[in-house]
Ligand binder design. Structure first.
Ligand code: ATP
Ligand code: MG
Length: 246
């Protein structure tokens, strides 16, 4: 059984979809543990199943088989009403294309998850605090088209974190940004992770970003590649050191 410091525990996850009269197996048995506070980079070629896996971890999609425990809750077969609750309380998600609502201001975009969660009372104040935290205190009333790409991603990050989730999932969050802006967004995520004690799982194509993470796992054709350890850093450190034979 996973230790209590394990915040994501995925065992033998598969995801298959019907395609005409055939079936495509997108994930073919993924086992993964992520520890609280860890920053995990998820890499792999296009089509290897990274976004599909992130969707399962986020509770946006349901595995075909296998089990998934998020922050102590088995979400594998939760009814949608309860799953939505877990998603809202525990998980923030950020995408490559920022997915902001164009007609709303930055502040209103950040408020949206609070309305879903019926915590609207202090919505404005909470959204303003969050936007200040991501460095956008002077952009509260701008609409997405009035913001740069990096600023839009900051709004998306503020929105992802407004319910104070313990886990931030990010799918290529710097994929649409130039290197400098991307680096600034990464630095922001790193700072927020420390300040808020977040666990971060980030899909990336960039080997430099992957190396900056605590640990990298690599997907290839729906499977995690052998050789890269899929256990958290502490579990690996606890391994007894091989005795040197004399
Ligand atoms: N709804 C769907 N219907 C059919 N095939 C799908 C569907 N969603 C994903 N796939 C297929 O599953 C495979 C994995 O897709 P996924 O989006 O997870 O890859 P990825 O690793 O995120 O790729 P990229 O780096 O390009 O974003 C791909 O071959 C994709 O075509
Ligand atoms: Mg993808």
């Amino acid at each position: 059984m996973a230790q209590s410091s394990t915040v994501i525990f995925a065992r033998n996850l598969t995801r298959s979809l019907p395609l005409g009269d055939r079936q495509i197996d997108i994930l073919k048995g993924v086992t993964l543990e992520v520890e609280r506070g860890e920053w995990l980079a998820l890499t792999g070629p296009s089509g290897s199943g990274k976004s599909t896996l992130l969707g399962l971890l986020a509770g946006i999609d349901t595995p075909t088989s296998g089990s998934l425990i998020v922050d102590g809750i088995d979400i594998t077969r939760l009814p949608e009403s309860k799953l939505a609750r877990v998603r809202n309380d525990k998980i923030g998600i950020v995408f490559q294309s920022f997915h902001l609502i164009p007609t709303l201001t930055a502040r209103e975009n950040v408020e949206v998850p609070l309305y879903v969660n019926a915590r609207a009372g202090r919505a404005r104040q909470l959204a303003e605090e969050m936007l200040t935290l991501v460095g956008l205190h002077d952009r509260m009333n701008h609409r997405p088209h009035q913001l740069s790409g990096g600023e839009q991603q900051r709004v998306a990050i503020a929105r992802a974190l407004i319910n104070r989730p313990s886990i931030l999932l990010a799918d290529e969050p710097t994929g649409n940004l130039d290197t400098r802006t991307g680096d600034a967004v990464l630095e922001l995520i790193g700072n927020l992770r420390r300040e808020l004690g977040l666990t971060v799982v980030m899909v990336t194509h960039d080997p430099l970003i992957a190396r900056a993470a605590d640990r990298e796992v690599h997907l290839l054709d729906g499977r995690l590649v052998d050789g890269l350890d899929s256990r958290p850093a502490s579990a690996r450190a606890a391994q007894p050191v091989l005795e040197v034979r004399s």
